[in-house]
Design a protein around this ligand. Sequence first.
Ligand SMILES: C[S@@+](CC[C@H](N)C(=O)[O-])C[C@H]1O[C@@H](n2cnc3c(N)ncnc32)[C@H](O)[C@@H]1O
Length: 214
Amino acid sequence: MGLEFMPIFKDWAVSYDDEVEGHNPQYKDVFEGYWDIITEITNQSGNSILEFGSGTGNLTEKLLQAGKKVYPIEPSQEMRAIAQEKLKDYQVEFLDGDMENFPQAENEVDTIVSNLVFHHLNAAEKNSALAAYNKILPSGGKIIFGDTMFLSQAALDAIIEREISRGFEDLVEDLNREYYPLITDLEEIFRANNFKTTYRQMNNYVWIVIAEKI
Ligand SMILES: C[S@@+](CC[C@H](N)C(=O)[O-])C[C@H]1O[C@@H](n2cnc3c(N)ncnc32)[C@H](O)[C@@H]1O
């Protein structure tokens, strides 16, 4: 179901916005350029957007500031409460759901976005989620995901070795626990679900994948 990591977010919600500013040394490199990443996702998006794993609402706010209609979905009640309070001056409702089970948006969407979320789904779940998004999006519609991903298993292994040497135990546990994809594998499941992809590296961990429905 891709929800096995939810207990982490229950505790993380209150400190999450501090961490995106790089205040946790172990995650500083993951969050490097965070605001540029969500700005780039916003710039690449269309006008009517389904957002998954909206967290504390930072990407949602950027999208709304750019004048887009946003349907944010977030499984953590704690994250939703923070986001709803933060964005109380906007007309937006943070709905309960996740990347696989979610309420249908009121209007057609032309873009599906998320940042730092897709790696919570294992390979089979990623594939079935993309099959569902194919049915939602029109031809030319886009999926834009920012996430930690790696060019090769050797690149992932090298990063794990480096973080072990820096004593970053929490980060090492995270890298071994969650389903961080290789770009070659991602390319294949997007292609199998009728999307063509481009990739842009944003820091040592995070890339943005832009997938256009053929
Ligand atoms: C690292 S945070 C990213 C939050 C936000 N997107 C951002 O860029 O700041 C990951 C978020 O994904 C949510 N999440 C975890 N598993 C999920 C799933 N299967 N579907 C949707 N969201 C999920 C968590 O509750 C959390 O809010």
